[in-house]
Design a protein around this ligand. Structure first.
Ligand code: GLA
Length: 748
């Protein structure tokens, strides 16, 4: 990796083994974008890429048309209001009411490694040779605002991260009304935009559209990244597919309101931008104060969407996820939510745990309902004291009993919330987000605690930390079950109300960080009514997330497939649940439920006592399978092979780093008859190695990748010893192990 700097006409070229990113200070002092894409040679000047034109109706600084109009150049961190009529990256409301600013280049710093973003989640390095950070200093002389643009290029892979720090160097305060994390002007718009959209129980389904003149935009204004839109998008060349072609992934490392947009101007230039949603954002900066934006991660690949995802998976698994659990396989857990909902007592829980232990489970998780007056979802949130009617010896006693069974113990919390029917609310009615004098909207019978207030975070921290100190807890499921309304803090003055959405999420991060520091051995799983806060920001604190409240295997296939574009398998909580499924009323085979759930952080969400002895024996085998293969399943290289969004059949696979092993999952939603023969074309194998597949024989890697893995079965009239009769909601796994080939002497 290198950062080339040509001072004479300041040009910055960030280059690593795969990509180049070139910027230049423009004649009017703005920072311009010249190139981003595959690695190119460095040269003294890239000015041939500095395109500008004399065009009608354009504005020029200082009436000098020899300079470039801002409207027609590609910029790095533009502001609206002088000559650029596109969306700006920054907007400052100054004391005189003006929003005009014009940032000029001041200088730069080059830092080894990657600086920490105080109070924010971000990717990191473990040694200085893993990355380099270029900090470019800009200044607006009238307002006194200064910007540090941070660009980190990692030594390997098409990875570049960006953020901005805005400082008020003037004598008067101003309001930062927009401070995006990332802005990139691309020279054309020949891209497909793919976003990951949905709603509760159907999160992160890919939605594709071709960019064209105008603005394509996704956002959240719900106070969390949301089920509806995910802070991750893909731009890909129309001809790019899963395995080839140019793809850009843009991931925002943030869990609150966001906006990601691609604005195409009439000349086809695409402005790609992401950051905190400017709607309802306004941050007061007093003289001398700074604001640090969250980080955006951009991944570039010439190997299609799989290539982009694999780079991102690897980065997030190794340099976003932190702590003791980063390099460990996920324990197999059982969660009592769908087994009991609120209807449990200690005896019932122990009964579930005992059977789970017999079936190979390693961690028992007690979900909602263990505290205060929480017998349903209308009461108790905020009172984090165990209910001794249900648990006579509290969490301490239950955790002891569970651990005595040889299981670890985990606990559900929802620390950001309060029910009006709670001791906490009765004592501190102003501790929730609300507008005095207006009614507050309830959702699931609860209100959102005001985490912009440090005393509220302190109070919740004290309660949760007490339980964690006292009881043997090795896992926490941290839930968040409603979006924010009436975003207003009774503790903040009117000129700070625009900060509350962001301060709220900073309070959440603060609580996470404090708990992580004190309890580093505790594995955290984030959750928000299923997958309503499945984002890169959360992964910095919680290595896994509950992917969706929808546990139906066929729906999970789609949800996990969609999620895999931006997030690694190790981060996806995926459980086998009861049938008929509680969300869809669909009955899928136990085997299929397991074979979908394997591709994630595996567990169970049912009372195993209710299964037949034969099914319990099956479950034990599934747990053992996961134990034998989870290193590969959670940390191998993942390939999407056949999309469940595009047909009746779907497939994916993971391959080990040394290519000695792979597991392929093949799924069919509805059974068919007298149909086509099916093959799945595998990827990422060693073409010259021979792989043994149980029940099928030995095949060279090149055969499996080019001739394909034959998965024909009863649906095409084929039946045989190892070919199961076809059924609806069908699944089949293929385990590949490198071997000495018995089929042929030699391939030559
Ligand atoms: C949310 C979660 C569920 C469960 C319930 C408990 O819906 O997504 O898994 O924990 O809350 O109330």
């Amino acid at each position: 990796m290198s950062v080339f700097i040509h001072e004479s006409h300041p040009t910055f070229h960030l280059q690593n083994d795969e990509i180049s990113y070139v910027m230049r200070v423009l004649p009017d002092g703005q920072l311009g974008q010249l190139y981003f894409g595959s690695r190119i040679h460095d040269r003294e000047t890239f000015d041939y890429l500095l395109e500008g034109a004399m065009r009608s109706h354009s504005a020029y600084p200082e009436d000098d048309q020899d300079l470039l109009s801002q409207e027609h150049v590609k910029l790095e961190y533009p502001s609206f209001g002088t000559g650029d009529y596109r969306q700006g990256a920054i907007e400052i409301l100054q004391p005189n009411g003006s929003r005009v600013s014009n940032f000029k280049y001041q200088g730069y710093d080059l830092l080894p490694g990657k600086p920490v973003l105080e109070g924010l989640p971000a990717t990191y390095t473990e040694s200085d040779d893993e990355a380099e950070t270029l900090v470019i200093h800009l200044n607006d002389s009238v307002s006194g605002a200064a910007i540090d643009l941070l660009y980190t290029i990692f030594a390997r892979g098409g990875i570049l991260t960006r953020s901005a720090k805005i400082t008020n160097n003037g004598s008067e305060s101003f309001l930062l009304e927009r401070a995006m994390s990332f802005c990139l002007d691309l020279p054309d718009c020949r891209y497909d935009w793919i976003q990951f959209s949905g709603s509760w129980a159907r999160e992160r389904f890919p939605v594709k559209r071709r960019l064209d003149i105008g603005t394509t935009e996704i956002e959240s204004l719900r106070g969390h990244s949301s089920h509806q839109q995910n802070p991750f998008v893909i731009l890909k060349r129309p001809e790019a597919d899963e395995f080839s072609g140019e793809v850009i992934g843009l991931s925002f490392v943030y869990s609150g309101n966001f906006r990601t947009s691609a604005q195409v101007d009439p000349y086809g230039v695409t402005r790609l931008m992401t950051g905190i949603n400017p709607t309802w954002f306004s941050w007061k900066l007093e003289s001398g104060q700074s604001f640090q934006t969250p980080e955006a991660v951009m991944v570039y690949s010439r190997d299609g969407m799989n290539g982009m995802s694999q780079t991102l998976h690897n980065l997030y698994r190794t340099r976003l996820v932190r702590g003791e659990w980063r390099d460990q396989v996920c324990p197999i857990l059982i969660n009592n939510w769908e087994a009991t909902y609120f209807d449990f007592n200690e005896e019932k829980l122990l009964h579930i745990a005992e059977k789970a232990k017999e079936c190979g489970v390693e961690l028992f998780v007690l979900d909602d309902g263990w505290f205060g007056a929480r017998r349903n979802d209308r009461a108790g949130l905020g009172d984090w004291v165990p209910c001794t009617d249900l648990l006579p010896e509290g969490i301490v006693g239950l955790a002891d009993k569970i651990t005595a069974l040889g299981l670890r113990f985990g606990l559900w919390i929802e620390p950001e919330m309060v029910n009006p029917d709670s001791d906490l609310y009765r004592a501190h009615p102003d501790w929730c987000l609300h507008v005095p004098g207006r009614p507050s909207s309830l959702c699931r019978g609860q209100l959102v605690l005001d985490f912009s207030r440090p005393e509220v975070v302190d109070y919740i921290h004290a309660m949760i930390a007490k339980i964690l100190r006292e009881a043997k807890i090795s896992y926490i499921k941290w839930d968040m079950n409603r979006s924010i309304t009436e975003c207003y803090s009774a503790a903040a003055s009117p000129d700070h109300q625009g900060e509350i959405f962001h301060r709220q999420i900073l309070g959440v991060y603060d609580l996470y960080e404090r708990l992580l520091q004190e309890f580093p051995h505790v594995l955290l799983e984030s959750c928000a009514g299923g997958g309503g806060r499945f984002d890169a920001g959360m992964l910095y604190y919680a290595p896994q997330a509950w992917t969706s409240d929808d546990t139906d295997a066929m729906e999970r296939l789609r949800i996990q497939y969609g999620t895999s574009y931006g997030y690694p398998l190790s981060s996806m909580g995926s459980h086998v649940s009861a049938v008929p499924n509680h969300q869809l009323n669909r009955t899928t085979p136990l085997k299929t439920r397991a074979e979908v759930a394997y591709f994630g952080s595996y567990g169970y969400e049912l009372d195993l006592n209710r299964l037949s002895a034969q099914e319990q024996e099956e479950v034990s085998r599934y747990s053992q399978f996961m134990k034998d293969h989870r290193q590969l399943l959670q940390y191998g290289t993942f390939y999407r092979l056949q999309s469940p969004f595009e047909g009746n059949e779907a497939a994916w696979m993971v391959a080990s780093e040394d290519l000695s092993e792979a597991i392929v999952g093949f799924y069919r939603t509805l059974s068919t008859v007298n149909q086509h023969f099916s093959r799945v074309y595998l990827k990422g194998l060693d073409p010259d190695a021979c792989y043994h597949i149980d029940g099928m024989g030995d095949f060279y890697g090149d055969e499996l990748m080019n001739a394909g893995l034959v998965v024909s079965d009863g649906t095409s009239g084929k039946v045989g010893e190892d070919i199961l009769p076809a059924s609806d909601f069908f699944s089949r796994l293929f385990i590949l192990r490198r071997c000495g080939c018995k089929n042929t002497e030699s391939r030559d």
